[in-house]
Design a protein around this ligand. Sequence first.
Ligand SMILES: Nc1nc2c(c(=O)[nH]1)N[C@H]1C(S)=C(S)[C@@H](COP(=O)(O)OP(=O)(O)OC[C@H]3O[C@@H](n4cnc5c(=O)[nH]c(N)nc54)[C@H](O)[C@@H]3O)O[C@H]1N2
Ligand SMILES: Nc1nc2c(c(=O)[nH]1)N[C@H]1C(S)=C(S)[C@@H](COP(=O)(O)OP(=O)(O)OC[C@H]3O[C@@H](n4cnc5c(=O)[nH]c(N)nc54)[C@H](O)[C@@H]3O)O[C@H]1N2
Ligand code: SF4
Ligand SMILES: [Mo]
Length: 730
Amino acid sequence: MTAGSYRICPLCEASCGLRIELHDGRVQRIRGEPDDPFSRGYLCPKALALKDLHDDPDRLRQPLVKRQGRLVPVSWNEAYAEIEVRLLPILREHGPDAVATVLGNPVVHRMGLLAYFPRLARALGTRNLFSASTLDQMPKQLSSALMFGHWFSVAVPDIDRSDFLLILGGNPLASNGSMWTVPDVRERLRALRQRGGRLVVVDPRHSETAAIADQHLAIRPGTDVFLLAALCATLFEEGRVQPGRLDEHLNGLEALRDFVQPYAPEQVAARCGLDAGAIRQLARDLAAAPRAAVYGRIGTHTTRFGTVNAWLVDALNVLTGNLDREGGAMFPKAPAFAANTLPGPAKGVRLGRRHSRVSGALEVNGELPITCLREEIQTPGPGQVRALISVAANPALSCPGGAALDAALGELDFMLSLDIYVNETTRHADVILPGRSALEVAHYDIAFSQLSIRNHARWSEALLPSEQPDDWEQLLLLSALVQGRDWRAPLAELDDAMLDEELARHLPEELRAPVRAALGDRPGPQRLVDLGLRLGPYGDAFGRRPEGLNLAQVRAAPAGLDLGPLQPRIPELLRTASGRIELAPAECLAERQALAAALDEPRPEWTLIGRRDLRSNNSWMHNLPLLAKGSERCTLQMHPDDARRLGLAEADCAWIEGAGDPLRVPVELSTTLRPGLVCLPHGWGHAGTPLRVAAQRPGVNFNALLSDRERDPLSGNAVLSGITVRIRPA
Ligand SMILES: Nc1nc2c(c(=O)[nH]1)N[C@H]1C(S)=C(S)[C@@H](COP(=O)(O)OP(=O)(O)OC[C@H]3O[C@@H](n4cnc5c(=O)[nH]c(N)nc54)[C@H](O)[C@@H]3O)O[C@H]1N2
Ligand SMILES: Nc1nc2c(c(=O)[nH]1)N[C@H]1C(S)=C(S)[C@@H](COP(=O)(O)OP(=O)(O)OC[C@H]3O[C@@H](n4cnc5c(=O)[nH]c(N)nc54)[C@H](O)[C@@H]3O)O[C@H]1N2
Ligand code: SF4
Ligand SMILES: [Mo]
């Protein structure tokens, strides 16, 4: 392997190890890295598009500033000076909450953004923090926090040792897994079935994953909560509850029984569109499997009962004795940055320490629901959002609201975007600061090492030099700037100050100086990673455990270090105030009445769900020629009987109408859906941007159809699936 050619793929949560061959500063070849202990040589078509991404002529390499309504290239210092002149008066006059920030999905794939954004947030002092998390996984984070005491104590299926996997609302064959870092999931699922294991998929659509399953339950969208309750109820009713080793660590078994009791399979079957006998049998199969895991993903989270779903998924893992056991749902032990591996007071978490100004939505994990962003911009009064900083986010396409949200972005007094493209969101910015190409930054996986099916530590070096400041340098400079400090001062001083604060947080006074010396003088995130690794559960504790890990060792292992299969972690992992698993959190129990009321909701004529495609990635990889090839992706799939009823043939256009803006879309006939169900991907609708490849196949914006008022009231997560719509021929 040529030096420096290893790179952790930054494109999705599988985080595969890639081998990237360069010649004269150009990408020659991209392959899966066979020596990666974790991804074992796997890669998907998106990884090959890293070359297109690096070479994309539309990717920004220079800052842009808006002059007379047009974004024009400027020097870095001009861009920073513009931010100073425009943003500081807003902060001075209206206070910190007048500036909102919104983080997008790629932030978690960028060590510099993830490690340094908190610095900027603290410097700003705003409470208006928003992110894609409330379009995605906040229900799981909340349920995990309530049950186990920390927002990142998320249990993942131990797929390689499991005998039974029940997947609800996830399609890992297209998404490559999510909240579950599992490279080459197809092969791992094949192996599970080969050794006699069973895969059961609950999905309204006969998805790519359902197609390779032993059993597919085509549930009605939005009704998993009843199915999950019925599975729990059946276990209680039939005397199949066997938490085993977990028994002594549980609170709330009776309260859980009480909550699910009304939902026997016979009570919910019609609502779920499933057979009561099949639900009962599934509960029995799950209980009987030697080692099983239940996994719920985005199809269960982006619904009105997202948090209740996430909770009941883990309740099932507990009731069947599969939580925290080999082959069940287990907790990774990340080598760095995982709060659940660090000593600290067990105090659980609090939800709703404050509320959003306009609709009173609860704060979750320090942020507010992103669907509140529009109204916070458009509603006058004290605390109104007047400026926005977007970091690798494209809410104009990814967030419900459509034209209204687009208009709101246009009404801001000032907008700054850290992004690599001028797109539907960043076209509203007054200043855009471009991030480096993924090949020009070093990387350590802060986030996904906490969700991985195997414990590991991997580092990738920057493969190519860059003239642009690194992500962390931009954020560090901005954090000085927003505090009115001299942003022309050397960044090393600012970084040292940040490191000192970090040390003060983790170490007693007498240890700080020697540790600081051991971390070296080179500024940047690698010192934070070294600190995290060395103080982490495998770390060398700066010499006190000489055989332990540090960054130098990880760097010396070119394709990463394997830290072994997942190990049981209860009770050590628990950070709840009681020190136990909270099997019946009060916040979830409070949903009892809403749930009972929802059981009788009538079935609409048409229901819309979303989908992902292996060759796409949310909204931002549609400008890459390699991925843009092939048939049209942004189509409305519907059952042939429905199409016939409407007089529509393949590729004819239909109108979809919902709470928001109507959409006109070509139809694709598909027997993967039941009649009455239609399916459209999100992330499309590329209008009004200079992205030349994407403009050829713009598609339509799924989220324009939706109102930004539909949320899971606990987690604040947007409702993005199971949408009631009307369909008519165009
Ligand atoms: N209807 C519907 N809506 C959905 C979903 C759904 O299933 N259905 N899924 C939701 C989910 S799960 C998510 S995570 C969100 C995603 O929501 P977002 O994060 O808002 O959307 P992305 O499309 O991921 O946009 C990423 C942005 O980051 C920029 N970018 C890419 N790489 C870099 C980089 O290296 N540096 C910088 N600075 N910028 C970069 C891109 O240009 C783009 O502007 O969408 C959500 N929206
Ligand atoms: N190729 C590709 N990979 C991606 C992304 C991408 O855009 N493209 N995005 C990345 C991101 S940001 C994320 S968060 C992950 C998401 O990863 P996943 O959670 O695996 O997301 P999806 O592939 O959208 O699969 C969701 C499934 O839920 C089903 N579903 C919809 N509604 C319901 C329901 O009410 N109940 C049930 N049981 N199922 C339902 C859908 O039919 C779909 O098959 O993927 C990541 N990986
Ligand atoms: S599965 Fe995800 S991480 Fe792996 S190569 Fe494809 S895009 Fe990259
Ligand atoms: Mo996501």
